[in-house]
Design a protein around this ligand. Structure first.
Ligand code: ATP
Ligand code: MN
Length: 155
């Protein structure tokens, strides 16, 4: 049933909770885990010019190297924890609109399950569900497991 599991991460604490669920399910099913970080170019285009955003979309970070490093640090967490459990982990960093690229990645890589947090870096104060999760739920046809940020203090 679950052979390819996608865990989109923005490096937040809630995403890290989702990672644990993804790894546990992957272990049970012998699935490959895909860790995806999307550099959000919409939020960057406010401070950067169109040309620089275009270059980043093509993978040329230039002076924005620390953006790429932050992205890789987030996917590395998945890779390290996964490999500790003997799982196969594929890391991927891309740039664009997060929910659109999550949906595209799922479609292009035969993803059977997406595991993500209810919230991300903005946190739970503002909305019931983060916008990336809400948009992903609306657009993808792949099953999505949403790990609730508020569950943190429960178990
Ligand atoms: P908002 O972004 O709407 O202000 P938020 O940051 O609290 O609110 P989301 O961004 O929707 O909430 O984050 C929810 C989940 O979506 C995260 O736990 C993570 O799994 C995933 N996610 C969010 N942003 C990204 C991203 N840039 N790349 C990959 N996954 C992401
Ligand atoms: Mn967010």
């Amino acid at each position: 049933m679950y052979e390819q599991i996608l865990v989109p991460t923005d490096g937040s604490e809630t995403a890290e909770m989702a990672i644990e669920h993804a790894l546990d399910i992957a272990e049970k099913y012998g699935a490959t885990v895909h860790a995806l970080y999307v550099v959000d170019t919409d939020s960057m285009s406010l401070s950067l010019g169109v040309e620089q955003v275009d270059r980043i979309r093509q993978g040329h970070y230039g002076e924005m190297g620390e953006v790429r490093e932050r992205a890789e640090a987030a996917t590395n967490v998945v890779a390290e924890r996964g490999r500790e459990r003997g799982l196969e982990v594929v890391e991927h960093v891309s740039a664009g609109r997060p929910h659109a690229l999550i949906e595209d990645y799922a479609a292009d890589n035969d993803i059977d399950l997406i595991v993500m947090g209810s919230h991300g870096r903005s946190g739970i104060s503002r909305a019931l569900l983060g916008s990336v999760t809400e948009r992903t739920l609306r657009s993808t046809t792949v099953p999505v497991l949403v790990v609730d940020a508020r569950a943190d203090d429960r178990d």
